[in-house]
Design a protein around this ligand. Structure first.
Ligand code: SF4
Length: 213
């Protein structure tokens, strides 16, 4: 990375952290992924049951391996070799786990979290159920406002996630949303967390690096 991008990330990121705090979230800025990983591990108690929302950012930070060293296995519905029934069972367990760990599709500079799901288990677990929710994201997820958040999801997050998942949806060819209507569409539910969900202990960690899509 050049020397100017970290400055830009920090300038926008620290303002976004303040906006998140005003909206009731516990939020903090971490300059590097290594710092963020350390913080996340501090927030997860020994023996906790940890749900995993399928975030590329969480994978990139190597948190699964670090938790495994502490004897904690993630409830990961995307783990290889699972049947559809097993995947569904894990999604249900995520809704009542001790800690739910995920990324986000966008965060606005007004302190709102915006996410689009196909099944809805990730956004549901972010709202109510788990004892604690931890959301981690790179500064590349920062957008000005909700309009820009929805554009980011259509132009960046959803097409790249389709490519990653190998879906047959048209955005895997065009690289932008084509508002497909078939059964494999992954954009079925969009949530905006304007403020912290009242009954949820919620930590947001914003990182001064490009992470995830
Ligand atoms: S609505 Fe369809 S085309 Fe648009 S991003 Fe989602 S899956 Fe791709």
């Amino acid at each position: 990375m050049n020397e100017f991008t970290p400055w830009h990330y920090e300038t926008l990121g620290t303002k976004t952290v303040e906006a998140l705090k005003k909206n009731g979230f516990e939020a903090e800025w971490c300059a590097t992924g290594a710092e963020a990983k350390e913080k996340i591990l501090e927030l997860i108690p020994e023996g906790a049951e940890v749900g995993f929302g399928g975030s590329w950012t969480v994978k990139a930070l190597g948190i699964a391996d670090a938790l495994a060293e502490k004897g904690i296995t993630l409830l990961d519905h995307g783990a290889p070799g699972l049947t559809n029934e097993e995947r569904q069972e894990i999604r249900k367990k995520q809704l009542t786990c001790d800690v739910f760990l995920t990324g986000t599709n966008a965060v606005t500079m007004n302190g709102e979290l915006v996410n689009t799901d196909g099944v809805g288990n990730r956004v549901a677990a972010m709202i109510f159920g788990p004892g604690k929710v931890i959301v981690v994201m790179g500064a590349n997820k920062i957008v000005q406002d909700l309009d820009e958040a929805f554009q980011r999801i259509e132009r960046v997050a959803a097409p790249i996630n389709n490519k990653r998942l190998g879906t047959p949806n048209p955005c895997t060819q065009t690289g932008i949303c084509m508002d497909c209507q078939g059964p494999t569409r992954i954009c079925n539910i969009t949530t905006v967390l304007w403020k912290r969900p009242k009954a949820t202990n919620f930590h947001v960690i914003l990182v001064g690096e490009e992470l995830g899509f």
